[in-house]
Design a protein around this ligand. Structure first.
Ligand SMILES: Nc1ncnc2c1ncn2[C@@H]1O[C@H](COP(=O)(O)OP(=O)(O)OP(=O)(O)O)[C@@H](O)[C@H]1O
Ligand SMILES: [Mg+2]
Length: 360
């Protein structure tokens, strides 16, 4: 498929952001022509978390308008795109259906190919929107639903080397924020409160820290915080100190586990290890600084997408769509959304401690 300029429309609706973007690839460089993001924060903040039914309705209310806006912002006619890519999983089924049906309908009407994109592949590729990074690289994906180390050997060849055995890191941020009665989404709130808090006031557990593997566990940490909160007066000082202690504990866990993952990576690939940190939690500046501090000692290089490409966005889906289009990985219009869809198909489903012990 030798074509100089490729333009793909990307549609994202797997959770609580509706986003539509047009990305162009020309001379091996990507250009984001438009990236419209509509967050549903105002809807879900009343409930302290995402309500799937409301999320699906909100995607459905706005998806057509965002598609028009994306074309208008890109100053492009509909028939000038080469393909339409929609997030088809993992995520909330109602939301996925909205984006997939919109993508399929447009593809059918315009007689263009439809491409079903794995949302996690979008996060894994998001760095390429701004950086011409070459494979292989180690992905640390830290988002609302996932926390994993995956070796990106090349496009479509993914090998997971570590994961969480319970909560995702974004979930740990959001649940802690909820216990502290901070706003929603919790991650940015914890980060804000932590800045003026005493990080040494609370000694919090660091589950699995002693184990020389690349797996995470956050549920014990969450329970400990719940116990402390239950016995304390949750005033502003308490909130700041707990946020700071939580942030420090997370930074320590991430640093140690990333060191283990880099070591594991050295057994698998040659040359300098490049680590890409992606997903919503990668927007956290404290985690970014804490990881950058080990670049020299670990002889590795960290890469972070811009904040706007860490949280969910259509641009990363369009980019993954371009890569798939170039490799002729087109899907039929009967493709069904997949609420569960691991990046590494051979990776074992890991929940609970036994899964970690059994994984080597
Ligand atoms: N500055 C921040 N610090 C910590 N966490 C953050 C920050 N900004 C966003 N987050 C967290 O990122 C998460 C959202 O990320 P993202 O949109 O990638 O998740 P998702 O799409 O819901 O899940 P997944 O990508 O696993 O399907 C939320 O849990 C949010 O609290
Ligand atoms: Mg996401």
């Amino acid at each position: 498929m030798a074509k100089k300029i490729i333009r793909v429309l990307g549609i994202e609706s797997s959770c609580d952001e509706t986003s539509v973007s047009i990305v162009e690839k020309s001379n091996n460089k990507y250009k984001v022509l438009s990236n419209i993001v509509k967050s549903q924060t105002d809807i879900h903040k009343l409930y302290g978390g995402v309500v799937p039914e409301l999320a699906a309705r909100a995607h459905s209310d706005i998806i057509d308008k965002l598609i028009f806006l994306a074309f208008r912002k890109a100053k492009m006619k509909f028939d000038k795109i080469d393909a339409i890519a929609s997030t088809a999983g993992p995520g909330l089924l109602g939301g996925l259906l909205v984006g997939v049906v919109a993508g399929k309908s447009l593809a059918h009407h315009l007689k263009k190919p439809f491409i079903a994109v794995n949302h996690l592949e979008g996060h894994a590729m998001s760095i390429k929107l701004e950086n011409n990074l070459v494979y292989p690289y180690l992905l640390l994906l830290v988002s609302g639903g996932h926390t994993e180390f995956t070796l990106i050997e090349r496009f479509n060849k993914y090998r997971r080397i570590g994961t969480t055995i319970d909560d995702a890191l974004g979930e740990a941020f959001d649940k802690t924020a909820r216990m502290l009665k901070l706003g929603y989404p919790g991650g940015p709130e914890i980060e804000r409160y932590a800045k003026n808090g005493n990080q040494d006031r609370f000694k919090l557990p660091k589950p699995l820290i002693q184990e020389m593997n690349c797996h995470f566990s956050f549920s014990g940490l969450k329970s400990k915080i719940a116990n402390i909160v239950a016995e304390s007066k949750c005033n502003e000082k308490f909130k700041r100190d707990m946020s700071a202690s939580f942030q420090k504990t997370i930074n320590d866990i991430i640093r140690v586990k990333t060191t283990n993952a880099i070591e594991k990576c050295r057994e698998l690939i040659k040359g300098e290890v490049k680590v890409v940190v992606a997903g919503g939690v990668a927007a956290n500046k404290s985690i970014r600084h804490s990881l950058m501090a080990i670049e020299e000692s670990e002889k590795c290089k960290f890469f972070f997408p811009s904040i706007k490409y860490c949280t969910d966005n259509g641009a990363m889906i369009a980019l993954a769509g371009i890569e798939r289009y170039e490799k002729n990985k087109i899907n039929k219009l009967d493709f069904k959304p997949r609420p569960r869809w691991p990046l590494d198909k051979s990776a074992v489903f890991m929940k609970g401690k036994r899964a970690v012990e059994g994984s080597g």
